[in-house]
Design a protein around this ligand. Structure first.
Ligand code: PEP
Ligand code: MG
Length: 313
């Protein structure tokens, strides 16, 4: 993107023809939330709560958790919202007080929302703390669960969240959740696609394995088709469907995601300007064209080349 366009773009996110696209920040703690609040974002699309607890041996009390969450919510008090993700412990993010030990395949094991099934108090206490922080700060707070695979999981989670007066959503990180998107949306207020895990589980390729980088690429057409199914379900239901994985930070791929019908993109705050500037020079019709091209490509390299040719050719 040209330096002039980059430096002049100041938000809010929209295509060249004025279709709004919410640009949001991914944050890890109060400090990153405060700095992200300075970026031209309309809120936080992913607060990874487990990152606050990676060095904790014991579960923090509800009060202690509420203080940590309030520090993240406060910088966005006023007109901006924060999506809090409940504990995504396990696999690549082990949390001592939550994770199961000695699993053969931790990425396919008891991780994310699954941890709450044999330890319901863990989720209940976290939701209590989130509700306290939301109340204390007055920030609009949405809550979503990681690693949801079934409609029953979405239903149970939504009941627990709504019981505390908050908006409930689930992440789409498992192919089953994408395929069931219309039924998931009947249970929740919003969906958020985690492309890092969705790619890992669609391509059966460990996201940490550098020698599998050609598979762990969100430009893989199969991954894009699952995203498109999810976004289409959101359009039909009239409910927000965002992307909060690394894919959202790629300006070209962001255009394709918007063309599929994704309504928000959440990323590290540093990525917001390049993505916002690219979208601002791309019409919604072009976004739809590049979405088709990327999904129809044979592989990630061909998809990138086709999209670049359509936009800059
Ligand atoms: C993802 O899987 O894309 C995601 C946003 O969650 P995390 O990277 O924290 O697993
Ligand atoms: Mg994930």
């Amino acid at each position: 993107e040209s330096r002039a366009a980059l430096s002049s773009w100041a938000g809010p996110g929209a295509t060249a023809d004025g279709m709004p696209v919410k640009l949001l920040a991914n944050v890890a703690d109060g400090e990153s939330s405060a700095s992200s609040a300075q970026a031209p974002v309309e809120g936080v699309g992913l607060f990874r709560t487990e990152l606050c607890f990676l060095n904790r041996a014991e579960e923090p009390t509800v009060e202690e958790q509420a203080d940590i969450y309030a520090a993240v919510l406060t910088p966005f008090a006023g007109s901006r919202h924060v999506v809090v993700r409940t504990l995504d412990a396990g696999s690549d993010k082990p949390v001592a007080f939550a994770t199961h030990e000695g699993e053969e395949n931790p990425a396919l094991g008891v991780r994310g929302l699954r941890l709450s099934f044999d330890n319901p108090g863990l989720l209940e206490r976290q939701l209590d703390a989130i509700a306290i922080a939301a109340e204390r700060t007055g920030t609009e707070t949405w809550v979503m669960a990681p690693m949801v695979a079934t409609v029953a999981e979405a239903r149970g989670f939504a009941a627990a969240v709504r019981g505390r007066g908050l908006r409930a959503g689930v992440m789409v990180e498992v192919p089953s959740a994408a395929l069931l998107a219309p039924r998931m949306l009947a249970e929740v207020d919003f969906l958020s696609i985690g492309t890092n895990d969705l790619t890992q589980y669609t391509m059966a390729a460990d996201r940490m394995a550098t020698d599998l980088a050609y598979l762990t690429d969100p430009w893989q057409p199969a991954v894009l088709q699952l995203i498109a199914i999810t976004a289409e379900a959101g359009k039909q239901a009239g409910k927000p469907v965002g992307v909060c994985g690394e894919a959202a930070a790629d300006p070209l791929l962001a255009c394709a995601l918007v063309g599929m019908g994704v309504t928000s993109l959440s990323m590290a705050a540093v990525a917001v300007r390049p993505v916002g500037a690219r979208l601002a020079t791309t019409t919604s019709e072009q976004c739809e064209e590049v979405a088709e091209a990327a999904m129809g490509a044979e592989d990630p390299a061909a998809g990138r080349a086709a999209v670049l040719a359509l936009l800059d050719g």
